[in-house]
Design a protein around this ligand. Structure first.
Ligand code: SF4
Ligand code: SF4
Length: 367
């Protein structure tokens, strides 16, 4: 087991948002690794096993532990494999995830809504302003250079409509040849992957791969870092480049007019975008091009990752409350580039915007 590389230095402990929130070693990466070693020694101890399985899902999978560890412990891989083993060993302890699993199996989205609804809400909301959208929804036989993969949160949540408006307006303004997967999109598989169910995730990925390839796309663009992890690393999209919208926009916008800033901004960098995917320059490059003045928030988790909002909502809330209080951003608009981070920021009444909203504003908005 790769945990043997752990020298117990504790560098990962203080940086872990779970330890920060709970103040107990068992919630920290080092504590969990210690648990794992003890479990290997005391194989069959039911109480210990149950406690460990609970702790595994009290983690946002933010990756800060792995980034910090100078001994090269592959912590994210350990958490992933252990989550899979935990769910397999004691499915009854994870019955609360059944509704999510059933929704994904039956209607291929996390909300349990009808599949065709993926291209109804936002289309109804935006088509009067952006009439071109009517033709942008993918149907068999249509092709485009760029496929837009919205993901479940952006397809269904009304809270994301401003981001979608800005995204589509910007793509139209840039004359991008694009289609939106719409009702043909399945969940990217990330929620199943986060619970260690690679086989279930693969079923969803296969369908998306077929649609993207049928559309003869050269690239697929998404605003959601979780979807991007799946599209980039697990969809096996030969010849199709998967890009975050900030990467796509930064590449296609050499210069952007100055953004007319009237409020203080802070930037919350999404963990999955920064640490897992390494997309760090593009969001900042876009802000620099628009001459945006912003405060960099500490590179720390919002508390919304790793399914924590489902597995332990009160812990998730403590994390975002602590982060907000520590950073002193109550009177700022928190910029970010992830729909799930936005949901988490909004849950504590913070004003938040995606970077594409600024790009859209700088380019002239609805004019
Ligand atoms: S992934 Fe993040 S939350 Fe999970 S143990 Fe590592 S630092 Fe803590
Ligand atoms: S930083 Fe690495 S070596 Fe140090 S305690 Fe954490 S996992 Fe172990």
């Amino acid at each position: 087991m790769s945990y043997e590389k752990c020298v117990g230095c504790g560098s990962c402990v203080k940086l872990c948002p779970m330890f920060d929130a709970m103040g107990e070693e068992q919630f920290s990466p080092r504590g969990k690794l210690y648990f794992l070693q003890v479990m290997d020694l005391l194989e069959g101890d039911e109480e210990l096993g149950k406690e460990f399985r609970r702790l595994l899902f009290q983690c946002t999978l933010c990756g800060r532990c792995e980034e910090t560890c100078s001994s090269g412990v592959n912590l994210l891989e350990i958490w992933h494999k252990q989550r899979a083993a935990a769910v397999e060993k004691a499915p009854e302890e994870f019955a609360y995830l059944d509704s999510l699993r059933n929704a994904l199996a039956n209607v291929r989205n996390i909300y349990g809504l009808a599949m065709e609804d993926r291209a109804i809400y936002w289309l109804d909301e935006l088509v009067d302003e952006i009439p071109e959208l009517e033709e942008r929804v993918y149907e068999k036989g249509k092709t485009a250079e760029t496929m837009v993969f919205l993901g479940c949160v952006m397809s269904f949540r009304g809270s994301q409509i401003d981001v979608l408006r800005s995204l589509f307006r910007t793509l139209e303004r840039l004359k991008v040849d694009y289609l939106v997967l719409g009702a043909e999109e399945f969940c990217c598989g990330h929620p199943l992957y986060l619970m260690g169910d690679d086989k279930g995730a693969d079923e969803l990925r296969k369908h998306n791969k077929t649609v993207i390839q049928d559309a003869e796309a050269k690239n697929v663009v998404t605003c959601c870092p979780g979807c991007l992890i799946q599209l980039k690393q697990y969809h096996d999209l030969e010849g199709v480049e998967a890009l975050h919208h900030t990467e796509f926009l930064d590449r296609n916008l050499e210069e952007i007019p100055k953004f007319n800033q009237t409020e203080p901004f802070a930037y919350h960098d999404p963990c999955e975008l920064h640490r897992i995917l390494g997309v760090t320059k593009e969001p900042r490059s876009l802000m620099e091009k628009m001459n945006v003045d912003y405060k960099e928030m500490e590179l720390s988790c919002c508390g919304g990752g790793g399914l924590l909002r489902m597995t332990d909502p009160s812990l998730s809330e403590i994390v975002i409350q602590l982060r907000t209080a520590r950073e002193g951003v109550k009177n700022s608009t928190v910029l970010t580039a992830c729909p799930s981070c936005r949901e988490q920021l909004m849950s504590v009444d913070l004003k938040t915007k995606d970077i594409v909203e600024l790009v859209d504003g700088a380019l002239g908005g609805e004019e």
